[in-house]
Design a protein around this ligand. Structure first.
Ligand code: SD4
Length: 335
């Protein structure tokens, strides 16, 4: 495995600072006081800012992570979350989402249709039902019953991408459509699932994860994102973790549950992410060639962990003062 792609041992480096922010010290991803909000990918910056604004106004962690996740869900230019997401191979946009606090309260939806804010429906599952997850038609009916408006999520742009895909892929789902469709013509990853973690000064934690999942997936396919312990896991006094990338590789090992378990055993957030990515690599060998998986973790003191299989995984950190910076996750392999 390591002979075909060399191991990288670079420290995670800050690659961007939002206009309003001042440069932060490179020695820490979050500046003094640690991270307040942390999310996957550079587009997470806008979600972090929305979450931070809610926290600053005195809202709960759950309110904040929901508000953050709603930003990319409503963005039609983001083709892997919410409205404007790429559909399954039958042309239906289906959404997966989970929300969780550190007291074990959790709600999720999978294969939700015709509803922009999957994260808000997941929250209603948490707060209004005795269950932790609703799927498919039942989830969609629940959304209607809860008053969420019906909306066609398939934008003309996403429909065109799907029709183009049909001409070349001949209806065959490919695991790596996920990587392929998320790359710009220049090759850089632009949009992807959002996983968002937030922390209060007293060390309490919560998280949210929302996605339209793998592009052109089989109808009924559910990835890691809405599954507790795969796309998201939060444990009081220990930490929170979220994932992005090819969900099947996270789900088969209960990835975020493992990251948090590793933190529980004493590892730092960073070491825990590294341990689990390396476990995937050793378990899967050549089967994960060209596949991206990335984990983010946050501990109660605001320390951040980020590690991935392949280069290109960016994440957004907002510190206690509300300054948001974009970072590049260290990867196990070179491209
Ligand atoms: C999934 N993990 O459905 C999600 C999608 C994603 O990079 O994160 N894509 O597999």
């Amino acid at each position: 495995m390591t002979s075909r792609r060399s191991l990288l041992a670079l420290a995670s480096g800050m690659i961007g600072v939002l206009p309003a922010a001042k440069a932060l010290a490179r020695t820490t991803a979050a500046g003094a006081g640690g991270a307040r909000v942390l999310s996957t990918w550079d587009f997470g910056a806008a979600a972090n800012d929305a979450a931070f604004a809610r926290l600053s106004a005195g809202a709960s962690l759950i309110d904040a992570v929901e508000a953050g996740a709603m930003v990319p869900e409503a963005d039609p230019t983001n083709h892997s979350v919410g409205y404007g997401g790429y559909p399954d191979r039958d042309g239906h946009v289906t959404l997966d989402a989970v929300i969780m606090d550190d007291a074990g309260n959790v709600g999720a939806v999978a294969a939700l249709e015709d509803t922009v804010h999957a994260i808000s429906v997941a929250r209603r599952v948490m707060e209004q039902t005795p269950h932790t997850m609703l799927v498919g038609e039942g989830a969609t009916r629940f959304a209607r019953a809860q008053g969420f408006p019906q909306r066609n999520l398939l934008t003309p742009e996403a429909e065109k991408a799907w029709r183009d895909w049909l001409t070349t892929a001949q209806y065959r789902p490919e695991a790596n459509s996920e990587n392929r469709r998320a790359r710009t013509p220049g090759g850089a990853l632009d949009h992807d699932t959002i996983g968002l973690l937030a922390r209060n000064p007293d060390g309490r934690l919560a998280g949210a994860c929302t996605t339209s999942g793998m592009a052109f997936k089989m109808r009924g396919r559910v990835g890691d994102s809405p599954q507790v312990g795969s796309g998201l896991y939060v444990e009081a006094g220990v930490g929170a973790a979220t994932s992005t990338g090819l969900g099947e590789e996270v789900t088969r090992i209960a990835g975020t549950a493992r990251v948090v378990a590793s933190m529980r055993s004493g590892k730092s957030a960073q070491a825990a992410c590294e341990e689990v990515v390396k476990h995937i690599a050793s378990l899967r060998g050549n089967a994960i060639r060209g596949v991206q998986v990335g984990f983010l973790a946050l501990d109660p003191r605001g320390n951040v962990g980020a590690f991935c299989l392949l280069p290109g995984f960016t994440y957004a950190v907002t510190d206690m003062a509300g300054r948001t910076t974009i970072h590049q996750g260290t990867s196990l392999f070179q491209a």
